[in-house]
Design a protein around this ligand. Structure first.
Ligand code: CDP
Length: 218
């Protein structure tokens, strides 16, 4: 495989905007390895919950991030709402982000299973983790549309969810993601921005694919 064949696709955006659905589909289509980088932050959050550590304790959070290993991504409880809340808090700590950076870059540079590249979804993949990605896509949607999707997702998993509460949590999480000093959530200047509020999953995929194919030829 030559360097030119190596394909890295960065999919960033706020929660429940449709990044995961798009990123997984792109990975299948282009036969790339897929990494949901939020799971790394969730793994650190889970370590803190288990040890009863307060997320404002930056030293302990950084120490937990230093103990991150990919095997933690198999742990039960990673997708719980409480873990997501903790992940959002520890993600604001620069030393935590730093500790998780090389795992993400390694995944992009040397994807598992001999894949010829990777799709990584997150908040800062196009801006910080893989600034040289082949194609960057920023997926967004209105907070109302995202809160509705999250409620549906939680209900499908059998977890009760109240729309007003989910919306409130989403607003707080967006504020933290956008205002943190290190790697705030924002679209890279060279990213294709897709607002998925009124689009079907197929329409989002088609737009992303057309953009990626153009970037690959560039
Ligand atoms: O549940 P949700 O979709 O909001 O988040 P997630 O993608 O599972 O990630 C959990 C948390 O980690 C998010 O709330 C972000 O604050 C943080 N995160 C981040 O800061 N940078 C990333 N590349 C991925 C996630």
């Amino acid at each position: 495989m030559t360097a030119a064949d190596h394909l890295v696709i960065a999919v960033d955006g706020p929660s429940a905007a449709g990044k995961g659905t798009l990123a997984r589909r792109l990975a299948g289509h282009y036969r790339l390895a897929f990494l949901d980088s939020g799971m790394l932050y969730r793994a650190v959050g889970l370590l803190l919950i288990r040890q009863g550590i307060d997320p404002t304790n930056e030293t302990a959070a950084a120490e937990a991030a230093g103990r991150f290993r990919p095997s933690l991504l198999q742990e039960a409880g990673l997708r719980d709402e409480a873990t997501g809340e903790m992940a959002s808090r520890v993600a604001a700590i620069p030393a935590v982000r730093q500790a998780l950076l090389h795992w993400q870059r390694e995944f992009a540079d040397d994807p598992p299973g001999g894949a010829r590249g990777a799709v990584i979804d997150g908040r800062d993949i196009g801006t910080v983790v893989c600034p040289n990605a082949t194609a960057k896509i920023f997926v967004t949607a209105s907070q109302q549309a995202r809160a509705q999707r999250r409620v549906k997702e939680l209900q499908e998993r059998g977890e009760g969810a109240i729309y007003a509460r989910v919306l409130q949590d989403m607003i707080a999480r967006d504020a933290r993601d956008q205002s943190r000093a290190t790697s705030p959530l924002r679209a890279a200047p060279d990213a294709l921005v897709i607002d998925t509020s009124g689009l079907s999953a197929d329409q989002v995929f088609d737009r992303a694919k057309a953009f990626i194919d153009l970037r690959r030829r560039a």
